[in-house]
Ligand binder design. Structure first.
Ligand code: P6P
Length: 332
């Protein structure tokens, strides 16, 4: 049948879905047999479910504290607990993950999938205290290949791996729109959730972060507690009349800075001498992503990705963003 161009507006392409993109990119990995692809799809599924619950949180009584504290001693929000259960269930049932390290769980979870090749470390819902005030929140995840033999029970050795060992990393930002951003080491791509068809559609192809920027993200409430280097850098930012932007939700601050250029830093304070952010659940993932986008991530002395984690909930100072801004802070 001849194609009538007047119909074009009714048959425009929906774009590339996350599923199709993952399958297409699977060809990049000769050894890939689809397990990592399935794992990424499982994360995408859980993200869709969590997104639905966040969008309606004020209507279904799921807002506010769960009445418990997590292993960090932080007030758990109901949605922290829900997101943790949803992601653990999706990854366990997906069958591709033998172990999960969650910010909301004191110990590593053995999923029972002992023939699975992968381990996932994640913060199921970062910044959840912002939900009740309708600020953006996020999920952050890292994927590692297990180091113990397939077919055996996973051990801590499978979990405590350097960030440089990640095979994939990503985050979901539940904000004015919902975007899943991930890398498998061949660039960073973002997918915007189309609620009308329930699909993540490729929207940010091969993200490169600007080499320099004008945005600095730091909780200046800590300025009296921090070391001289940070004080000098903040003074430098002020002298240059840079823009201070701090949402208090790591994924939101990171995502904005990666796209526009900028620097986020959360270093040691008297309250948190090694910083507040966790290397396994937050820092390794974002460090992998920012380096793939041309940026830098350091703890002030070494690459985040070179740090050998020694405990599941280890905190590290995090300085991350445009390379010239990170270098400027380090030279203070
Ligand atoms: P502060 C949220 O609780 C979080 O873990 C990150 O999302 C965020 O960047 C940071 O803590 C904010 O911490 O101490 O500035 O409130």
């Amino acid at each position: 049948m001849a194609h009538n161009s007047s119909m074009d507006k009714f048959v425009s392409s929906i774009g590339i879905t996350l599923d199709r993109f993952i399958t297409q990119k699977q060809a990049d990995f000769s050894s890939a047999r689809g397990e990592l692809s399935q794992l990424l799809r499982d994360i995408g599924l859980a993200a869709k479910v969590i997104n639905k619950e966040i969008m309606r949180s004020g209507l279904i009584g799921i807002e506010g504290p769960a009445g418990d504290k997590n292993v960090q001693g932080e007030e758990q929000q109901k949605l922290d607990v829900v997101a943790n259960i949803r992601y653990i269930r999706a990854l366990t049932r997906g069958g591709e993950v033998c172990a999960i390290v969650s910010e909301e769980e004191e110990d590593m979870i053995d999923t029972g999938n002992h023939n699975a090749k992968y381990v996932v470390a994640m913060d199921p819902l970062d910044g959840s205290s912002n939900i009740d005030v309708n600020m953006p929140v996020g999920t952050i995840f890292s994927v590692y290949k297990r180091v113990t033999p397939v077919g055996t029970a996973p051990t801590l050795e499978d979990a405590l791996q350097k960030g440089s060992e990640q095979v994939a990393a990503g985050y979901v930002i539940y904000g004015s729109s919902n975007i899943l951003v991930y890398t498998t080491g061949k660039g960073v791509n973002g997918f915007t959730y189309d609620h009308s068809i329930g699909e993540f559609i490729l929207s940010h192809t091969h993200i490169d972060t600007p080499a320099d920027g004008n945005i600095f993200s730091y909780n200046e409430g800590n300025i009296e507690d921090c070391d001289e280097q940070i004080k000098k850098y903040v003074a430098h930012c002020r002298s240059k009349k840079m823009t201070a932007r701090y949402v208090g939700s790591l994924v939101a601050d990171f995502h904005r800075n990666m796209l526009k250029g900028g620097i986020f830093f959360y270093t040691g304070t008297k309250k948190n001498p090694t910083g507040k952010l966790r290397i396994m659940h937050e820092c390794n993932s974002l460090a992998f992503i920012i380096e793939q986008a041309g940026g830098k991530a350091t703890d002030g002395t070494q690459r985040i990705l070179d740090i050998q984690p020694t405990s599941l909930h280890q905190r590290v100072p995090l300085i991350i963003g445009s390379p010239k801004m990170v270098d400027a802070l380090l030279s203070c």
